[in-house]
Design a protein around this ligand. Structure first.
Ligand SMILES: [Zn+2]
Length: 368
């Protein structure tokens, strides 16, 4: 993977991620192809026809299902990022055992164990373009500061074991929640790894620089302002020449705030998940719930400012609502596609604004 910065506007950057499966203009947002989408029988092309974005899949579940190629079951010619699923591990709570060796999981009587090395080895073998290693994350609002320090150390130890397999595709995940000491530890290690030339313990071969960096452990019930401050804290301590990903963040206002702070890529499931539940995103940052009775007679389209296929087709809110209430799967797909398109359009518009030096203007207009 290579990264090129084409323009900056304040700390916001417009660039290109060059992968083996195509060039992605940045800032960018991934299309998270989740287990929920798979379970509902949706394919990536049901959500978008865009191909200059990254598809995101989950290493842990794919590996569990015996997949040997990250494009298994999907027709996706573009780049794919694989997340190790550390985040899901936390939500599985007591079923998970995390040690310095890796993560053990016991669900419905089935035991499995995954090591940091296996995550990257699977990624390389399965033709993944951008690999998120195994990381240790803690619920952001946890009251015990030691947990954050431990998570930064554990992530560093796991990362050391992830090296030397696919360094040119590998992200370093900075952990530590809102705890500055933990973040400092993680950022210190991240800088060494991104710079490369680290001697191994036995004085062996110097290692290559790692390709990119991600910030994890945020967007988990903390106040938005605290998240933005921590993004700023991290970005100011990271090298400028590497791409920066923000894990699990994809609400439009967060995207704009974090692009402004120097983030190049985002992922998250909010657009599709909220669409599936009938929450419609509007250009400018407003939302409405299609379940609300006031839309039963509303003959306008979802969003007059949206040019997605659903809005262009002229279908009315009233019609969408009636079909949504009846459990129509196609309308569920349309709502997911519309929401995702809002993000795609936002990120493309933001990129253009950075290239033209008027990012602030866009951000102000969005807040209206
Ligand atoms: Zn639309």
């Amino acid at each position: 993977m290579e990264f090129r910065i084409l323009a900056t506007d304040g700390r916001a950057r417009a660039g290109e991620l060059i992968t083996d499966h195509g060039v992605v203009p940045t800032p960018t947002i991934t299309l998270n192809y989740t287990r929920a989408l798979e379970k509902w029988g949706f394919k990536p092309e049901d959500i978008t026809t865009a191909r200059d974005v990254i598809l995101l899949r989950n290493t842990f579940w794919m590996r569990e299902a015996g997949a040997t190629d990250v494009r298994e079951g999907v027709d996706w010619p573009g780049p794919v990022m694989a997340d190790s699923g550390g985040f899901q591990m936390v939500s599985l709570g007591r079923h998970v055992r995390q040690t310095l060796r890796g993560i053990g999981l016991a669900v419905k009587g089935k035991q499995s164990f995954i090591t940091p090395r296996e995550v990257v080895e699977w990624g390389r073998g399965a033709n993944v373009d951008l690999i998120m290693p195994l990381d240790n994350t803690v619920y952001t609002m946890d009251k015990n500061p030691l947990k954050f320090v431990w998570s930064a150390i554990m992530t560093a130890v796991w990362f050391k074991r992830s090296r030397g397999i696919a360094d040119d595709k590998l992200y370093y995940i900075v952990q530590g929640g809102l705890n500055k000491l933990a973040r400092q530890i993680s950022l210190w290690d991240a800088r060494r790894q991104l710079r490369g030339k680290i001697l191994t313990a036995n004085g062996g071969t110097p290692q290559n620089a790692v390709a990119a960096v991600a910030i994890g452990g945020l967007a988990w019930d903390e106040p938005r302002s605290a998240m933005y401050k921590m993004v700023e804290f991290c970005v100011s301590r990271l090298p400028d020449d590497k791409p920066r990903h923000l894990l699990g963040v994809c609400k439009p206002i967060d995207i704009l705030e974090c692009i402004e702070r120097g983030i190049d890529s985002f992922d998250g499931i909010a657009a599709t998940r909220e669409g599936r539940h009938g929450r419609v995103w509007l250009w400018g940052g407003q939302y409405f719930d299609i379940n609300n009775a006031r839309y039963a007679t509303d003959k306008t389209g979802l969003d007059s400012q949206c040019n997605c296929p659903v809005c262009r087709s002229g279908v009315s809110r009233a019609d969408i609502r009636a079909r949504f209430k009846a459990g129509d799967r196609e309308v569920m797909r349309q709502l997911m596609a519309h929401n995702w398109h809002q993000n795609y359009r936002l990120i493309s518009t933001a990129r253009q604004a950075i290239l033209e030096g008027r990012f602030q203007e866009l951000k102000t207009s969005w807040r209206g």
